[in-house]
Design a protein. Structure first.
Length: 189
């Protein structure tokens, strides 16, 4: 897979994700790649749901070894594979643990690209019904001519509507965006 094919995975997190992805490919088949993605997703969920975890990965106060020791405790709970544990150790030792959430997203993008899929992040002001999810997925699949995997987030701050992010593209149909646009137009008058 050509690293430059996925434009939003460039940069530090993209390079780390690509290195892990290539290592995982060397170590096994697509099933192994999926297993690693699932493990990374569990770690990502743990980070998003824990303020302490977020502070740990972002704080310069903790040493690399303290961060890795704390991460190992979490990894043991999830029974994470040696390849992922070693990878997180490398991030810690290189003082790059803060990129882990972006690495997780980039890895998923590489896996989806290998499977002929795209990943869409859908941000809604409220929980979507199953029918709304199917409709959005159908529209995105016809637009991108690929199978679409959706990650749905709730963000009440957007007030209404949706924000959809696919790679470097973003569709902002949120009420907050429209209000800001109207405010900007009114300021010009």
């Amino acid at each position: 897979m050509n690293h430059s094919e996925v434009d939003h995975t460039v940069g530090l997190s993209g390079r780390y994700a690509f290195a892990l992805f290539e290592l995982a490919q060397e170590e096994g088949n697509e099933e192994n790649l999926i297993k690693i993605n699932d493990q990374l997703s569990m770690i990502g969920d743990a980070i998003r749901s824990s303020e302490e975890m977020q502070k740990l990965i972002e704080s310069p106060i903790f040493s690399s070894s303290e961060k890795f020791s704390a991460m190992q405790s979490v990894l043991k709970i999830f029974k994470i594979s040696e390849i992922v544990e070693n990878f997180i150790g490398v991030l810690c030792m290189n003082k790059r643990l803060f990129v882990l959430p972006d690495v997780i997203d980039a890895y998923k993008t590489y896996l989806n690209q290998l499977k002929g899929q795209v990943n869409a992040k859908v941000i809604s002001s409220s929980k979507l019904t199953a029918e709304q999810e199917r409709e959005i997925k159908s529209i995105l699949q016809s637009r991108f001519s690929k199978d679409v995997e959706m990650d749905i987030e709730i963000d009440e701050d957007i007030l209404g509507g949706l924000i959809i992010k696919i790679g470097s593209k973003m569709i902002d149909a949120s009420l907050l965006s429209r209000l800001k646009s109207m405010q900007s137009m009114m300021n010009e008058v």
